[in-house]
Design a protein. Structure first.
Length: 209
């Protein structure tokens, strides 16, 4: 008796279903394991661009060229961090970057803002000014000599303050600086040896206008 090699039809149909299932299973697994297409994150990109533009605008207003160069370096670093972040987006890194950019904006804005209170005015000389020309110190009286030299110191200080308000390089300022030097030199000589002639010469210089 010969064995038939033909399979019953139900068995053939079952094998077909099994084979199709084996073919479809790897395809389904591959579809699940395929990485999702990266999101554009257009909203986050736009926010970062606005933050960086605001920082650049503040830096452009800084009158200090050295500080401006340093700040532009920070701005460039922030832009590089933003570009890298948008390639592989991470919400934590995004928040950190925005914090760093806005913190730098606040620092620059505070630097550029006008002072809330004006600087204190320089204190006026508490000691009343003496008219050096009216003094007549005696070389033999140490108290007179000290009082006269102290009055000269006050006069020199006032001359220097007045000279500081003059136009740099002007003839008047140069002449005043030369006069101050002469008075200081004569004052130093009088501190070593106080003479009536030396005092009169110093007073003549102080009287010049």
């Amino acid at each position: 008796m010969t064995l038939s090699c033909r399979l019953p039809f139900p068995i053939i149909r079952l094998l077909t279903v099994v084979l199709l299932g084996l073919v479809r299973l790897p395809l389904a697994q591959a579809a699940e394991e395929a990485p999702a297409a990266p999101a554009e994150h257009l909203e986050e990109r736009g926010i970062l661009e606005m933050d960086l533009a605001r920082l650049y605008s503040l830096i452009a207003q800084d009158p200090d060229p050295t500080a401006k160069t340093t700040l532009l370096g920070y701005q460039k670093e922030f832009a590089m961090r933003a570009n890298n972040l948008l390639k592989t987006f991470d919400s934590v890194r995004y928040d950190e970057l925005r914090y760093d950019i806005n913190l730098q904006c606040q620092r620059v804005a505070r630097k550029l803002a006008p002072l809330l209170t004006p600087p204190p005015a320089p204190k006026a000389e508490s000691r009343p000014a003496l008219d050096v020309a009216n003094l007549n110190p005696s070389p033999a009286n140490k108290a007179d000599v000290k009082a006269a030299l102290d009055a000269v110191d006050v006069a020199i200080k006032r001359m220097e303050e007045r000279t500081g308000t003059m136009v740099i390089g002007s003839a008047a300022r140069d002449a005043e600086q030369a006069r101050i030097k002469r008075v200081k030199d004569r004052r130093a000589e009088l501190a070593k040896t106080f003479t009536k002639a030396g005092w009169d010469s110093l007073v003549s210089d102080l009287k010049l206008q």
